[in-house]
Ligand binder design. Structure first.
Ligand code: PMV
Length: 329
């Protein structure tokens, strides 16, 4: 019996990944930039055992079958192939945040799984190889491997498509105040969504302008320039949702509350509050702000009727191995 446990944070993309050039290898249409979220985590223990007759998946104590198990099993197949281990595995995963509401649970899930599974199989991969492996499970998972503020270079092939840290978590005290307006599992997940991206006539324009947005965003992070960051983050969010809304069939993740929060954040920024918004494949709104105003922003978001909960997170660290039941402090 061989087992290992890893912990990983989900991430919020400032410059989004939407659409693949190669769906099987999850080679993205464009590069992306994100920030890991420290207070949210997935802890995953992987045990390979010669006695097991099939792979088994437990999430938050519940035995999971169907598509999630098939996806995890296919992923474990890569690890078995790389390591030469030919045992089945038990994967036990715990999340401290709701799944499937646009909080990128698949990112921390596959990042933690990559490290726990390879370590349990006796491998010690460097961060680049781990990021490439995590990408095969879920594209955005490759960005949860390195520390803090992270860029995923699109690359040309499996070897060159990986993520690396552009600044450590301590570099900038930003806070993501996540306004949860719907706990409902999203109807169209990102794996299916990526396949629709090319059906939008706007996708080619979004992709061809991506290197410029990446450059502006990277520089804004390095210079801690919030105003520039805010503008590029919101533009990039609008571009991705414009592609989603104009694909065939169209994907409309926003709810009336989503727009209400967008408008509130716009008015706060116009009055000098350093806050901006971004939205993933779900209706919830991530309000990014400078740490100093995070309490004010959280309070104001909670006052909006229909906001069920506000979760806050600061820049988070890299995916790492832990002992037993440890959780991040
Ligand atoms: O990694 P996936 O397949 O869950 O795709 C993530 C897609 C977005 O969250 C909408 C954007 C991103 O870059 O995280």
């Amino acid at each position: 019996m061989h087992s290992a446990t890893a912990i990983s944070h989900p991430n919020i993309a400032f410059i989004k990944y939407w659409g693949n050039r190669d769906a099987r290898l999850r080679l993205p249409a464009n590069g992306s930039i994100s920030m890991n979220l420290d207070s949210l985590w997935t802890r995953t223990r992987v045990t390979f055992d010669g006695e097991f007759e099939r792979d088994k998946l437990m999430i938050n104590g519940e035995c999971i079958e169907g598509t999630p198990l098939t996806r995890v099993s296919a992923f474990l197949g890569h690890v078995r192939q790389m390591s030469g281990i030919n045992y089945f595995a038990l994967v036990e995963s715990t999340n401290n945040f709701p799944l499937g509401v646009g909080l990128a649970s698949s990112a921390s899930a596959f990042a933690a799984l990559s490290l726990a599974a390879t370590a349990a199989a006796g491998m010690q991969l460097d961060q680049r190889s781990l990021s490439r492996l995590a990408r095969l499970g879920s594209g955005s998972a490759c960005r949860s491997i390195p520390d803090g503020f992270v860029e995923w270079q699109a690359g040309e092939n499996d070897e060159s498509s990986f993520a690396f840290s552009i600044a450590p978590a301590e570099h900038w005290e930003l806070t993501d105040c996540i306004a949860i307006i719907s706990p409902i599992h999203k109807p169209v997940g990102s794996t299916e969504g990526h396949q629709l991206a090319d059906t939008s006539p706007l996708q080619s324009a979004r992709v061809s302008d991506a290197p410029r947005r990446l450059e502006v965003c990277r520089r804004a992070i390095l210079q801690r320039d919030f105003e520039t960051l805010a503008k590029i983050v919101e533009l990039d969010c609008h571009l991705m949702h414009a592609v989603m809304m104009t694909s065939n069939p169209p994907l409309l993740y926003w709810q009336p509350k989503t727009l209400e929060i967008i408008l509130a954040v716009q008015s706060w920024r116009a009055s000098g509050i350093p806050a901006c918004y971004t939205i993933d494949a779900g209706p919830n709104v991530h309000v990014l702000c400078i740490g100093e105003v995070s309490e004010w922003v959280t309070m104001r978001l909670k006052e909006i009727p229909g906001v069920l909960q506000v979760i806050t997170a600061n820049p988070g660290g890299a995916t790492r191995l832990i002992e037993g039941e440890d959780v991040p402090s």
